[in-house]
Structures are given as structure tokens and as C-alpha cells.
Ligand binder design. Structure first.
Ligand SMILES: NC(=O)c1ccc[n+]([C@@H]2O[C@H](COP(=O)([O-])OP(=O)(O)OC[C@H]3O[C@@H](n4cnc5c(N)ncnc54)[C@H](OP(=O)(O)O)[C@@H]3O)[C@@H](O)[C@H]2O)c1
Length: 283
């Protein structure tokens, strides 16, 4: 059945869900603080209705949610920092309650469901608590480490030097997932509120070491690439605490179980994702 979905964060890293929902026959209302920006224009050209909204202003979220069957939203950690991510999450929850929203799909983070002491998870846990406390009909989609993090700006120098940067020991396995699998899973959840609402689902699509990643990327690009281990302290206290936890404890998502239960997501291995992200040798 066709739905009207408000995508909050339509210009962000999970904004590709707009195109996916449109392809699946849904109406998309794309939320941005700058509806006339090039990104807003692109969304309009693809068939989305583009509306103004700011996570700092709950009233704009209430207005944008009017008549929506579902909302897809993510945190704003990287653009806004942890304190504002928390405020944004609270505003979102309050707007959802005020609008009597039928279903919110919120992208949190795997690890936020446990007591980890890792600040980036604690903020997300607080947003999740707020959603439950306000009794908002919602599903938490909690991805592990994103494969796209390999292209974070602080990795550029190592990548350009044909290295595979790693903030964990080269032999430590790391569960990962690409954005495409997160949005594909979220689209499924939006379409089946009766099946998913009330659940918290941690998702991952592959698990491998930096050494294995380096071998895969070497094969794709035709250039041998060694792992460069980088101390996570270089990334500041927040990310450093995250990598310490990933090394010490790490995620334990049942990847095989997810693949069995939700084959329609079309899960990608790291190799499949990297095949599209790295350029093969010419000729
Ligand atoms: N990296 C990982 O491994 C990983 C894993 C799991 C989860 N996550 C989480 O995924 C989430 C999304 O990623 P991100 O932080 O990079 O966010 P993002 O997707 O870059 O940005 C979120 C969107 O929020 C919109 N927005 C609206 N009002 C805003 C406001 N007042 N301030 C800032 N943005 C506002 C922005 O749109 P406009 O600018 O158009 O208004 C932007 O498109 C984060 O919470 C992150 O922690 C990441």
C-alpha cells in the first residue's frame, strides 16, 4: 500500500531513502532547513515534496508530520554534536507525540541499547528512552559501524598513500554495514509497521578485519594496500572511546540470522560494497 513518508534528514547520509521510497511507489516529503538548496532542488526533481523543517524547532516538525503515515529520521551527531543530537531527538519525539504519528523509524546506533559508557551511544540511548517514555509508536533501527566511514576526511591521507587506515588492531574483526542496507531495511520497516513497531533491531551485514579489508581493496584496485594502524586518540575523546569499546567488546549482531530473515534487503558484503566504492584498474 502506498504511504506518505516524511524523511527527516533528507539531505544527510541516509537521504538516499527518498529515492528508494519513491521507486517503491510511496509519496515522499523531504525535510530540510534549506528547501531551495541544490540538494532540495534535486529531491524535487526526483519527485519528492520538499518541506522546511529544523530539528531545533519542534513546531516545524509537527507541521511537516501532518498527515504522514510514517517518518524516517536519524540523529545529527556528525553535523551538530552530541548535545544537539539529544535535543533534536527530544524535539522529534515530542513532535511525533503531538502529531499522533502512526510510526516513526529512528536510526540510532548499535551499542546504544547496552550500558557501554561510550558517550556517542549514551546520547542515542537517551533519545531512545525519551521515545519510549512519550509512548511514540516507533521502531529503532540500530546500525553498526558504517562501511562509508572508510571515506571519512581523516582517512583521506592514508587512502591516497594506498594504505587501509584502521583505528583497531589490523587483526580485530569489526562488524559493518553500508548505508544502502540501512535504508533498504528501514524502507521494509516503514512498510510493515504492524510487524516492526515497538522493536529495536541492530543490523550489520559483514564482519571482517582490516587485513581482510585491505586484501579485498587491493584486489579491486589492482594496487597492493597494507593496513595502517592509527591510534584512535588522534580522533578526539568521543571517537577514541568508541574505538576502545569496539576493540574491547564490539558488536555481536547475528548477521546470518538477519540475512535469513530479511533476504529482501539485499545485504552487501564489504567486498560487494567496496566494488562500487573503489575504482578498478583502467583497461
Ligand atoms: N558513522 C557510523 O558508523 C554510524 C553508525 C550508526 C549510526 N550513525 C548515526 O547516523 C546518524 C546520521 O548521521 P549524521 O550525523 O552524519 O547526520 P546527517 O545525515 O549528516 O545529517 C542529518 C540531517 O539532519 C538535518 N537537520 C535538520 N535540522 C537540523 C539541525 N538543526 N542541525 C543539524 N542538522 C539538521 C540536516 O538537513 P539540512 O541541513 O538539509 O537541514 C541533515 O541532512 C548520526 O546520528 C550517526 O551517529 C552513524
Amino acid at each position: 500500500m502506498s504511504m506518505t513518508v516524511l524523511v527527516a534528514g533528507a539531505t544527510g547520509r541516509f537521504g538516499g531513502i527518498c529515492g528508494l521510497l519513491l521507486e517503491r511507489g510511496h509519496r515522499v516529503r523531504a525535510l530540510t532547513r534549506e528547501p531551495t538548496s541544490p540538494a532540495g532542488q534535486q529531491l524535487r526533481e526526483r519527485g519528492a515534496e520538499v518541506v522546511y523543517g529544523d530539528f531545533d524547532d519542534a513546531d516545524t516538525l509537527v507541521a511537516a508530520m501532518a498527515g504522514a503515515d510514517g517518518v524516517f529520521a536519524t540523529g545529527t551527531l556528525h553535523r551538530a554534536g552530541p548535545d544537539r543530537e539529544l535535543r533534536h531527538g527530544r524535539n522529534l519525539a515530542e513532535a511525533a507525540r503531538a502529531s499522533r504519528l502512526p510510526h516513526l523509524v529512528y536510526v540510532s546506533g548499535a551499542g546504544a541499547g547496552e550500558r557501554t559508557g561510550v558517550p556517542v551511544f549514551e546520547v542515542k540511548a537517551e533519545v531512545e528512552r525519551h521515545l519510549r517514555a512519550l509512548d511514540v509508536a516507533h521502531t529503532i533501527v540500530a546500525p553498526v559501524y558504517l562501511m562509508e566511514n572508510l571515506f571519512n576526511p581523516w582517512n583521506t591521507a592514508a587512502l591516497q598513500a594506498d594504505k587501509l587506515p584502521s583505528y583497531l588492531p589490523a587483526h580485530r574483526r569489526l562488524q559493518q554495514v553500508p548505508v544502502i542496507d540501512v535504508i533498504s531495511f528501514a524502507a521494509l520497516v516503514l512498510e510493515r509497521p504492524e510487524r516492526f513497531a515497538g522493536q529495536r533491531l541492530e543490523i550489520a551485514s559483514d564482519e571482517l578485519t582490516a587485513e581482510e579489508m585491505a586484501d579485498i581493496v587491493s584486489r579491486i584496485t589492482g594496487h597492493p594496500r597494507l593496513v595502517e594502524e592509527i591510534p584512535p586518540d588522534n580522533l578526539g575523546p568521543g571517537l577514541s572511546a568508541l574505538f576502545e569499546w569496539l576493540d574491547r567488546t564490539g558488536h555481536h549482531v547475528d548477521i546470518e540470522g538477519l540475512r535469513r530473515e530479511y533476504p529482501e534487503v539485499g545485504w552487501h558484503s564489504f567486498g560487494e560494497w567496496a566494488g562500487g566504492a573503489f575504482t578498478p584498474p583502467a583497461g
